[in-house]
Design a protein around this ligand. Structure first.
Ligand code: HEC
Length: 194
């Protein structure tokens, strides 16, 4: 039954915004302060984006398949299953190469990601799901190496760092097309916008 849920949700949102209106008057009288200077050190933990085709922004460090396997078994197996073959929370992260263009596509790194550094970025940002960003960069390299080895993209004794990671050619590298329809081009407007 979708409809009653929708109605309840909008009632809740309505009452929340009412609360915000009434409290804003009170907040205006407190000594809230804006403008605390932000240091480089404050920004560093947030500044983790990677330019995925080139790997620009990948941190120093390295990790081996064997280290990744041990980490995976300690921290990932509960949700992703043995050998990343699928577990309680997510399907397999192995195989599926070539399936991306079929109706039964399998969403694995090998079938989907055009660039290898996406796997590093994903794990570093989001995993383990219960404690994101708790892994060191070396550990993320090791887990990346392990998952790629399960997919046959690196050798079982491989060690990955920024350079060797970017050198991996993903099977789906050319599987995406650039949307070149002229009416989809967005031009950024910074002043006097329509
Ligand atoms: C508590 C459960 C849980 C744990 C523990 C966990 N994951 Fe995940 N993981 C998920 C879920 C759920 C998703 C799918 C998230 C989504 O699609 O938004 C996911 C997605 C992923 C993906 C993306 C898969 C793809 O095909 O693109 C990777 C890679 C991954 N996890 C790696 C890891 C690694 C490495 C660890 C251990 C350090 C880990 N996960 C631990 C639940 C978990």
């Amino acid at each position: 039954m979708q409809l009653p849920n929708l109605i309840r949700a909008s009632v809740v949102v309505g009452s929340l915004s009412m609360m915000m209106v009434t409290t804003s008057g009170v907040l205006a009288n407190t000594s809230a302060s804006f403008g605390t200077p932000v240091t480089e050190a404050d920004i560093a933990p947030w500044d983790i984006d990677i330019e995925t085709p080139t790997g620009k922004g990948l941190p120093p460090g390295s990790g081996t398949v064997a280290q990744g396997k041990a980490l995976f078994e300690a921290q990932c197996i509960s949700c992703h299953g043995a050998d990343a073959g699928g577990g309680s929370q997510y399907g397999s992260m192995v195989g599926g190469v070539g399936s991306f263009v079929t109706i039964k596509r399998r969403l694995t790194p090998g079938s989907m990601y055009p660039y290898s550094s996406i796997l590093f970025d994903y794990i570093r940002r989001a995993m383990p799901m219960t404690e994101p960003q708790s892994l060191s960069d070396d550990e993320v390299y090791a887990l990346t190496a392990y998952i790629f080895s399960l997919n046959g993209l690196v050798a079982e004794n491989a060690e990955l760092d920024a350079e060797s990671l970017v050198a991996i050619e993903m099977p789906n590298r050319n599987g995406f097309i650039v949307d070149d329809r002229p009416d989809t081009v967005a031009t950024r407007c910074m002043e006097d916008c329509k």
